[in-house]
Design a protein around this ligand. Structure first.
Ligand SMILES: [Zn+2]
Length: 92
């Protein structure tokens, strides 16, 4: 898998997890008279789904977002080259 696809997959997990979190927080089983921030609703278990997406993003980052030449873990944002070997990150 190319680094571009790994990068897109990681941020896809994070962004969809964020969107899903706010969707569940806003619309997920709001109680009558309760606020949307009250998580003690029957639908609070739906928050497991964005948590799982964040976990998938973190796992993909730890497993696949590594330097292609030396295997060193890369920074998540604005990575241009490897911190250990100085090799460039090919986003193509
Ligand atoms: Zn490296």
């Amino acid at each position: 898998m190319s680094m571009r696809r790994v990068y897109r997959r990681i941020w896809g997990f994070y962004l969809s997890g964020t969107v899903l979190f706010f969707a569940v927080a806003a619309f997920g089983g709001r109680r009558v008279g309760g606020t949307s921030r009250d998580t003690r609703t029957p639908a609070a278990w739906l928050l497991v789904l964005p948590a799982a997406l964040f976990l998938l993003g973190a796992l993909t980052s730890m497993r696949s977002w590594r330097c292609e030449s030396c295997g060193h873990v890369l920074p998540t944002m604005n990575a241009r080259k490897c911190a250990r070997c100085g090799g460039p990150i090919d986003y193509s």
